[in-house]
Design a protein around this ligand. Structure first.
Ligand code: AMP
Length: 211
């Protein structure tokens, strides 16, 4: 089973992906995480990617398709031909060109659109933080210390988590990614999920679809 999660920044894709990965035993592919890893290497390409991410802009379709293809090759090489595994795409595809490229590589079973308004996203962004060591997510309004309760790492905000950048990313999402919904809306695996509910309720809606 191959699943795509589509939604604006801060719609909760990452949180849902972690829960779904466990429940359905899927391989979680977050292109944001892949790019943040590449951008930490200090090369010219790494610095270019870092600057795009920090300013809330997309990297090019060619680059991200290449990154995803390499990742899929790596996963393939770790599994033998007969073993079945499901993939969960979080943050990819983000353009129609990326969607078409992915369709050429594998069969997409589910496209889940997580719907959250721009106002809700602006409210969420200033509150989002995570542990810089283990990645556990936190709400700043809920914590009394910046030390992670799981691993003792430091809780920080992502550099691109400002209201202005989140709004720019939302606009870029509507302009570049939303057309994917138009493209997939007749696909029989396409479903709309109300992302403004609690984490548990969103997860519940998704589980009902994937069953
Ligand atoms: P995310 O962690 O999914 O919010 O992604 C963080 C940033 O990485 C985005 O704001 C983009 O700058 C970049 N990025 C991630 N995935 C893609 C993609 N599929 N296409 C273009 N840029 C991407």
């Amino acid at each position: 089973m191959n699943v795509i999660l589509i939604g604006p920044p801060l719609c909760g894709k990452g949180t849902q992906a972690k829960l779904l990965k466990e429940k359905f035993n899927l391989i979680h592919l977050s292109t944001g995480e892949m790019l943040r890893e590449i951008s930490s290497h200090g090369t010219k390409l790494a610095n270019e990617i870092k600057s795009l991410i920090d300013n809330g802009h997309f990297v090019s379709d060619e680059l991200i398709i290449e990154v995803v293809k390499n990742k899929l090759d790596e996963i393939n090489s770790q599994h033998d031909n007969n073993s079945q595994y499901g993939l969960l795409f979080d943050g990819f595809p983000r353009t129609v060109a990326q969607a078409k490229a992915l369709e050429n590589i594998l069969k997409i079973d589910y496209i889940l659109e997580i719907v959250v308004s721009k106002e809700e996203i602006a409210r969420r962004v200033v509150d989002r933080a995570s542990c810089s060591k283990c990645g556990k997510a936190y709400l700043l309004s809920n914590i009394k210390t910046d030390i992670c309760e799981v691993c003792g790492g430091k809780i920080t905000q992502r550099k691109d988590d400002t209201k202005e950048i989140a709004e720019a990313r939302y606009d870029e999402y509507m302009f570049k990614t939303y057309p994917i919904i138009e493209y997939f809306k007749n696909h029989n695996g396409y479903h709309k999920i109300d992302g403004e509910k609690s984490t548990e309720m969103v997860f519940d809606q998704i589980c009902k679809v994937l069953k």
